[in-house]
Structures are given as structure tokens and as C-alpha cells.
Design a protein around this ligand. Sequence first.
Ligand SMILES: [Zn+2]
Ligand SMILES: [Zn+2]
Length: 313
Amino acid sequence: MIRLGVVATLLASLVSPAKPGGSTSPSIATTPTTDSADKTVVVMLGTGMPRPDPEASGPAAAVLVGSRVFLFDAGPGIMRRMAAAKLPINGVTALFITHLHSDHTLGLPDLIFTSWVMGRRQPLEAYGPHGLKAMTADIIAAWSQDEDIRTNGLEHEAPNGYAVNVHEIAPGVVYDSGGVRVTAIPVLHGDWKEAYGYRIDTPTRSVVISGDTRPSNALIAASHNVDVLVHEVYSAARLAPEKRPGGGDWPLYMHQFHTSDVELGRIAAVDKPKLLVLTHIIRMGATDDDLVRGVREGGFTGRVEVGRDLARY
Ligand SMILES: [Zn+2]
Ligand SMILES: [Zn+2]
């Protein structure tokens, strides 16, 4: 599936001329989840980044396959957004963490403990990079007084209902059950030794979630012709040194850790997803139109949506 040679050739030819045109129609579909066994829907739970924005929670997305719920990242606000999206608040089928940056994991304690208090009795199956076990153990330890009082006091919560089964993963297929296969794709995210994007193949659709990444050949190879590519983005036009100590390195940081709208347009022009959804949007003042213009400048002429919390695709 991953043909790096082909992709390298394609990348070498990425001198695509600016090709503006085509239009985007930002819209929030309101199609309800159905019980049809294999219907696959992507729900954006958080399209933001570290800066707190009431309209854009921390990074998180759900892929629904029938009644199964697969979560990708656990940014701050995740349980409120899950409730708003009418997803189960008492546990999910599995959680996949892209990397351990705080903006992607600050919602993990919320996911662990709130689902327990709301009735979870099964361990949370959590997949992610090495270090997730230690992080989870530290979270469980940090709330030990809460666990004691809720379990042994008048709340009578289920003992160990907050349990988490952590699977520290390597690139490749990390989950394959009931027709749903999740593949971890190693991505390049600055100094992080381990960061992943995920490809989800269901009986009806293919979805790739980029996680945080600068342009990465493995991710490009894994995203060829997918139905939905959910990809992080920043505005190339707005990138400039910041007026703060160390702010002169901001453009360098962004180049090493993240993907600009123009770069994403080049990537999508190669991958040709049926739908490109922008997320983890580092706007720096850019409007939706500015971001789409950047993607068009990169050469992608297909359907683009600027991600919104609670949008369904
Ligand atoms: Zn990150
Ligand atoms: Zn991030």
C-alpha cells in the first residue's frame, strides 16, 4: 500500500502552478448517526490547537462505524464535545493518540474519569506512542483521592472502572476487528521521536487523520485516493517571526512541525482525496477563504472544508 518510490516521483513533480478556482461551501452536515452496521461518519470534536478558543476545542475527532466509536486524540474539551455530538459518554470502542503533545492529551484524564463516573465498566482501550503507558499511570496516580472517595464512599462507583488498557504501538496495522482496520503511519513532527497519523479502513470508507505533521512521505503514500483526508494546517501567508523571546524561531518551528495550506494543497493534489477537511487550524489571523486560497495555490482543485467543531462528514 505504501509505495514510497512512486510518491517520491510524485513529490518531485510537485511544482504545480497556482490553480485557483473551484469553490468551497463551508457547511455543517446534520445527518444523524444511523444504526446501519457499517455506515462510516467522521465527527470533528475539536478543530483547534493550543490557544484556547471557545469555538474550536482541542484536537479530537471521532470515526463512527455503525454503533462503534473510534476516537483520535483527546484534546481539552473532548467530553463536552462528545456530549454535544450525542456520542456515548460512558466509553468508546477505542482511543488512538497521535502523539503526546499536551494539546492532544489534556482531555485524557477527562475521558478516563468522566466516562467512569458516567457508567464505564470496561477498560478504555488506548493506542498510542511509547510514553502513553507512563502518562496514563501518572494520571491514574494523580487522581488517587478521587478514585478512593468515589469507589469507597456514597457514590459507589465501580472499582477500577477508570481502568485503561494501553497499547504502545509501532507503525503498521494496530487495530483490526469487525471489518475496521486502523493503521499507524509514522509522521515527521519536529523533535518528536514518535508521532503518528492514522488511516482507518471500514467496509464503506477510508479516512486518514494526519495528527501533527510537516509534509511526510509516509502519510502522503497512505492517503492516496482516500474518501476523507483530515489534515492539520497553518496559514503560509501569515507566518512571520513573533514579537516575544524566542519568537524569531517561530517560522522555523512551523516548518519543522507543521504543514502550511499551500503545502497541503500540493499534498492533496497528489493524493486526490474525495474530501479534504482542515483541522488543528493555526490561523494567525487567516480567514477560511485565506486558508482555502492557500490550498488552491498548492494545486488542489477538489472539495475542501474548513473544519468546524461538531461538523460531520
Ligand atoms: Zn504536536
Ligand atoms: Zn497539536
